[in-house]
Design a protein around this ligand. Structure first.
Ligand code: WTA
Length: 663
């Protein structure tokens, strides 16, 4: 199910629609005058990159200082801040309390039903210490992996930090993933403990989580304990004695004293699974010292963070890397006051985000283009009903932001005063890599601009040669960076092969990019079999595997088709087995549900087309380019390399008979 005919998509000149003034926006004068980072940072970092990162490492408290900034002698396996020892939870919490900032708010949390909680740094410290003590009582030891499957509640942050405090790497599995996806991840990293909740609130109702854990654990016999937060109070919750423990029954009675142990800078902090271009999700390993330095610096530099005055809101889910780096570790390391919201943006009304931003006087908002496009669809009238004048800076992440969405975001949310930082990075990079600096860069709608100070990126052609301004190619990172992934959990060879073999000595991101005439970078989307649906990474192969695991399916091909709201949408083409009959809506619904069960609702194909044949090259590779043409309602492109040139006619005939489904 691999594909060798994918090419970098072309953007067309999206800027052509914009007026001259709209093509770039200078930094606001006031912000530029007081910006954390000035233009000289680029030069400072370029002239001594490792010295630059050593200075950024002073943002972190080290129990023992490092002796070397970087050991790259076993490339591509990096060691940053060699010999340094630290505790991540101490850095995120205790040291702020010790410095007399215990009363500062760490999180203003808003539950979907309207309940709220405020946690100061002192509160957070107490909760983290109690939870670390509870986990120890349950038998969690340094090095044990703990799986976390939670809604967006403060205990999720507490759980992560309690694990970090004990040196027990966590693996947070997004609450939207299915029981099967959860058990696959638990097995892959051999997690022995799970932290979850009865459920969380989404779209105005309690949405259960514990049943998925119960189902997942049927195939994970090594899991010893499940710690369960009571959030929704659903009463029909199943309970396994000797395994399940209520959070409030064990955590609340613990002491709030806990002495943090210092771990090596390279001690594993967490594993985050993400889709690769083959079926099995990859366990991205992040370690402690470099990750904290990288996230703390970028959070401070790119959001121009002023810890004394900013109210910062990253509206991602903690289950994704954006939540790890920019809700938890980066902001807490910087002593930030953050907002956190549990639910969906349209509950109970479509102005919910703007109401929260107004009430808490948010100054910084970080979200994804797919959310912005949804708000655009709902109309500018909705945000205009709220006072958003506290906002001073906006960020975007997860997928290319089209110029129209950028301009709308800037105007309707940012009142035309807030710079927009289009931030490019990945689960693998751990930290933002390419982004404008708000006090320095004139932002261009649609461009992530340049690699930040201390990071080196290039756009190269097939042969690995840097392209000239005005040309497109592949994005590579030429030098190691502190928050980089260290390997794939348990699979060093796949790590080397996936990221470092296409252009030896350089990290291949899997993204196509274009350099404009000024040398600024425009991201063009994935060049491999990874789709980006609403900012979520999904693998075509993973969804194909899910489809062919259904008894009625003989063969399946999945492509990402352009979609006005979600960026891309999953479009599936399936050949049914003889015994399944000739399809129809029932089969299509059955297959969509099957994918949701195997992976999660986010992976459900938006369209499934039952076809008699799939277009293949003579060597048997599926020509996804042609399927994308079909899914996007275009005339088919060049089909001369097809083994059987009549296949596309068959698909076309099928389409005109109305057998395709789109819902
Ligand atoms: C895409 C999310 C264009 C890209 C932090 C990358 C982007 C993948 C941008 C990583 C951006 C992320 N512009 N594309 N500003 N940010 N991407 O691992 O294709 O969930 O490779 O990390 O999202 O997705 P991931």
């Amino acid at each position: 199910m691999t594909n060798d005919d994918s090419t970098a998509p072309t953007t067309g000149d999206a800027l052509a629609n914009l007026s001259r003034e709209e093509r770039h926006f200078d930094p606001p004068e006031e912000l530029a005058a007081h910006a954390n980072v000035k233009a000289d940072a680029y030069h400072e970092a370029a002239s001594d990159r490792l010295g630059f990162w050593a200075r950024q490492a002073e943002r972190i408290s080290w129990a023992e200082p490092f002796t070397d900034v970087l050991d790259w002698s076993k490339a591509p396996f990096a060691k940053w801040f060699v010999g340094g020892r630290l505790n991540a939870a101490y850095n995120c919490v205790d040291r702020h309390v010790e410095a007399g900032r215990g009363d500062k708010v760490a999180y203003h949390w808003v539950g979907e039903p309207g309940d709220t909680r405020t946690l100061t740094y002192s509160d957070l410290k107490d909760e983290v210490c109690k939870t670390a003590n509870a986990l120890s009582e349950l038998g969690v030891k340094t090095g044990d992996v703990v799986a976390i499957y939670m809604p967006m509640i403060p205990e999720t942050v507490v759980a992560m930090l309690a694990c970090a405090r004990l040196g027990a790497p966590h693996t947070v599995v997004f609450g939207g993933f299915s029981a099967d996806a959860l058990s696959g991840r638990i097995q892959d990293c051999d997690a022995r403990f799970v932290i979850t909740a009865d459920g969380g609130y989404r779209r105005g109702a309690a949405s259960a989580l514990k049943p998925a854990v119960d189902e997942a654990l049927r195939s994970c016999p090594d899991v010893r304990s499940v710690l369960v937060v009571r959030r929704t109070g659903q009463d029909d919750i199943a309970w396994t004695d000797n395994r399940d423990v209520w959070w409030h029954e064990i955590v609340d009675r613990q002491s709030a004293d806990h002495t943090p142990e210092a771990f090596d800078a390279e001690h594993p902090l967490y594993v985050m699974y993400t889709s690769g271009s083959t079926g099995k999700p990859k366990g991205i390993l992040h370690t402690t010292g470099g990750y904290l330095v990288g996230t703390a610096y970028t959070h401070w530099a790119i959001f121009d963070l002023k810890p004394e005055t900013d109210i910062y809101w990253c509206a991602a889910d903690i289950g994704w890397v954006t939540g790890h780096s920019y809700i938890v570790y980066g902001p807490l390391a910087n002593g930030t006051t953050s907002l956190m919201y549990e639910g969906t943006p349209d509950t109970p009304h479509k102005g919910r985000w703007w109401e929260i931003a107004q009430d808490y006087k948010a100054t910084i908002l970080y979200t994804a283009p797919t959310a912005i496009r949804t708000f655009m669809k709902w109309g500018a009238q909705i945000p205009s009903e709220w006072d958003l004048s506290s906002l001073r800076l906006l960020g975007s992440v997860g997928e290319p932001i089209n110029p129209e969405a950028y301009i709308w975001y800037r105007k309707e949310i940012g009142g035309d005063r807030c710079p927009v930082a289009d931030t490019w990075w990945q689960t693998e990079t751990g930290m933002i890599m390419i982004s404008p600096l708000p006090g320095v860069t004139s932002g261009k709608p649609g461009s992530a601009m340049k690699a930040i100070p201390g990071v080196e990126a290039q756009v190269v052609d097939d042969a690995g040669e840097p392209v000239k301004p005005g040309s497109g190619g592949y994005l590579v990172l030429t030098d190691p960076w502190p928050a980089m992934l260290r390997t794939l959990w348990g699979d060093d060879e796949r790590y080397r092969e996936t990221y470092w073999s296409r252009f030896p000595g350089r990290y291949f991101a899997g993204d196509g990019a274009k350099l404009d005439e000024d040398g600024d970078i425009w991201l063009l989307g994935r060049v491999d079999d990874v789709m980006n649906v609403s900012g979520h990474r999904l693998s075509t192969t993973e969804i194909e595997s899910a489809l062919v695991s259904h008894r009625k399916v003989a063969e399946a091909a999945v492509v990402g088709a352009a979609d006005p709201t979600s960026g891309q949408a999953v479009a599936a083409f399936v050949i049914l087995r003889e015994s399944a009959g000739d399809g129809g809506q029932d089969v299509v619904n059955e297959l969509r549900d099957h994918v949701a069960k195997e992976i999660g609702a986010i992976a459900k194909p938006k369209s499934i087309m039952v076809v008699p044949e799939l277009p293949k090259t003579r060597s048997g590779k599926i020509m996804r380019r042609l399927l994308r043409d079909v899914a996007e309602n275009r005339e088919f492109g060049d089909a001369t390399t097809l083994a059987d040139s009549s296949v596309m006619d068959l698909i076309k005939a099928n389409l005109s008979q109305g057998k395709g489904d789109e819902d």
